[in-house]
Design a binder for this molecule. Sequence first.
Ligand code: ADP
Length: 193
Amino acid sequence: MLNLVLFGPPGAGKGTQSQKLIEKYGLIHLSTGDLLRIEKANRTPLGLEAQKLMDDGKLVPDAVVIGMISNKLDSNRQAVGFIFDGFPRTVVQAEALDRLLEEKNTAISGMIGLEVPDDELERRLLQRGKESGRPDDANPEVIRKRIKEYNDKTAPVAGFYKAQNKLENIDGTGTEEDVFAVICSIIDSWLKG
Ligand code: ADP
C-alpha cells in the first residue's frame, strides 16, 4: 500500500494537492477537517461537540479524530492506499495511526511537508474565507490561533516521522502544478524503492 501523510500548516495547500493525488494514484483521501465539517453540517453529537473548538481555531480531542480515522480505515479495506490530510496533528495521533496501520499489516510510506511562510498562509486563508464561507477562515484572529496551535502541537509531528526517516519537506510556495510535480517525483521514488 501507499500511505502518504500530507503535512503542513493551515493554508499550505494540502487539500488542493490531495485532490490531484487521488486522481493520479487512486488513493482514498482522509481529511479529518472535511470529516468534522460533515459531522458539523449534519448536527451529530460529535459535530456539535467539535463545532465550538473548530470555530475557535483549537484542535478537537485526539480520541475523537482517532476514532473517525479508525472507522474510515475499516470501511475501506480494499483501498490501494490512503492520503492523510490534516491528520495526525499531534504526536498522540501519530502514535495511534502507526498502531492502526500495523493492525492492518501496513505502515506509513512517508510524510511530505509543505513549507509556506506565515504571512503567505494568512493571505491564502483570508482569500479562501471569502470564497468558501468557512467561519474559521474569515477571522484573522482565529487564523492566527490556528497557526499557533500548529506551531505548538502539530509541528512536533514532523520530528516523529523524521526519526523514522520518513520525512520529506518541500517548498509549498510555487504554483499548484510545480508543487504537484515535486510531490509526484517523491512518491514515484517511494514506489520504485
Ligand atoms: P486547516 O488545515 O485549513 O486548518 P482543516 O480543515 O484540516 O483545516 O481543519 C479544520 C479544523 O478542524 C481545525 O482547526 C481543528 O479544529 C479541527 N481538526 C481537523 N483535523 C484535526 C485533527 N487531526 N486533530 C484535531 N483537530 C482537528
